[in-house]
Design a protein around this ligand. Sequence first.
Ligand SMILES: [Zn+2]
Length: 67
Amino acid sequence: MPSEKAKENKALVAVCVACEKSFSTEVMVSLTGRDNGRPRQYPVCVACADKGWRPPGFTGVYRSRPT
Ligand SMILES: [Zn+2]
């Protein structure tokens, strides 16, 4: 059974809305789209963003983060 401390040390992960896989938040970007007319943040992995995936209603400009 993992201790509370081990849980805290675990890297934060989020699910990419494009490919539905879990990634460390370090390799994800948040793109602003629209959901029912309201702004919403869509977490996507850098791989999907680089492939051109954009959330519905996306109006911003995505630039790859320097790594
Ligand atoms: Zn993805």
